[in-house]
Design a protein. Structure first.
Length: 226
C-alpha cells in the first residue's frame, strides 16, 4: 500500500516544515508539497492531486481555511481535508465539518502526536464510509449543519432579548409557558388589551409574522428550558 500523499497548508513556515519533516520519518505519509497561502494551496492541489490536505483554519488573510473548503472540495471531490487549529473551539469544529472537512487537529509541537491524530481521523472516516452504516458521516455532517444554524438563530434571538422591557420579557415567558392573554392579564392585574399590546410589540421586535410562530421557533431552540 502506497503512502498517503499530503499537502500541508499553514501560514506558519515552522508548522509546515516541521510537520513535513515528521512525515518524512513515517512509513505511511509523504508530504508532496507545503503552501503558506490559500491561493498557493489551490494551485498546488491542481498540480499534485494529493490524497490528504492538512489545512490551517486561521490564516492572516481576510478568508479562513473554512471559507475556502467548498472551493477546495470542488477542485478535488475525493480530497480528504483535516483542519489544523490552535484552539479547541466547537464553533470551528461545526463550521469545518459542515464545509466538508473530515476532522480537526490541535496544532502541537510534537509532530508524532499530530500524525497519530491524523491516522485516527482517517481510520474513523474509513469506518464511517465503509462500515455497516456507510452514510453515518454524511448524517453527522447534516446534523452539524443544523446545530450551526440553530446556534446562529440562538444568537439572533439573544440580540433581540436584550431589547425587551421587563414587562415584555415576563409576558413572553408566560406565553411560552402556555398562558392565555386573559390569564396573563389576570396575573398582572391589567386589561387584556394591555397584554395584547405588549404581545404585538414583542412580535415586531422579533420580526415574526405571529406570536404562534415566535413561540414555535423559541421552543425549537429551548429558549426558556435551559
Amino acid at each position: 500500500m502506497g503512502k498517503i500523499r499530503t499537502i500541508i497548508c499553514d501560514d506558519s513556515k515552522d508548522i509546515c516544515e516541521g510537520y513535513k519533516a515528521y512525515m518524512e520519518l513515517s512509513d505511511d505519509f509523504e508530504c508532496v508539497e507545503v503552501a503558506y497561502t490559500l491561493d498557493s494551496c489551490k494551485e498546488k492541489l491542481l498540480v499534485h492531486k494529493p490524497d490528504l490536505l492538512l489545512l490551517d483554519i486561521q490564516f492572516g488573510e481576510e478568508r479562513t481555511g473554512i471559507d475556502v473548503l467548498p472551493e477546495l472540495r470542488s477542485i478535488m471531490e475525493d480530497l480528504k481535508i483535516i483542519m489544523l487549529t490552535g484552539h479547541d473551539d466547537s464553533q470551528y469544529v461545526l463550521s469545518a465539518i459542515c464545509a466538508g472537512a473530515i476532522g480537526y487537529i490541535i496544532k502541537v509541537a510534537d509532530g508524532f502526536s499530530v500524525l497519530e491524530d491524523v491516522r485516527k481521523i482517517l481510520q474513523n472516516y474509513k469506518i464511517y464510509k465503509n462500515g455497516m452504516q456507510p452514510h453515518i458521516f454524511d448524517v453527522f455532517q447534516e446534523e452539524a449543519k443544523k446545530l450551526l444554524l440553530q446556534k446562529a438563530d440562538m444568537i439572533e434571538m439573544i440580540d433581540v432579548f436584550v431589547t425587551l422591557s421587563p414587562s415584555e420579557y415576563e409576558v413572553l415567558h408566560d406565553i411560552y409557558d402556555g398562558m392565555t392573554y386573559k390569564k396573563i392579564a389576570e396575573k398582572r392585574v391589567v386589561e387584556e388589551s394591555t397584554v395584547k399590546t405588549l404581545a404585538s410589540r414583542i412580535i415586531r421586535k422579533f420580526k415574526m409574522p405571529s406570536m404562534k410562530e415566535l413561540i414555535i421557533a423559541m421552543k425549537e431552540l429551548k429558549i426558556f428550558d435551559r
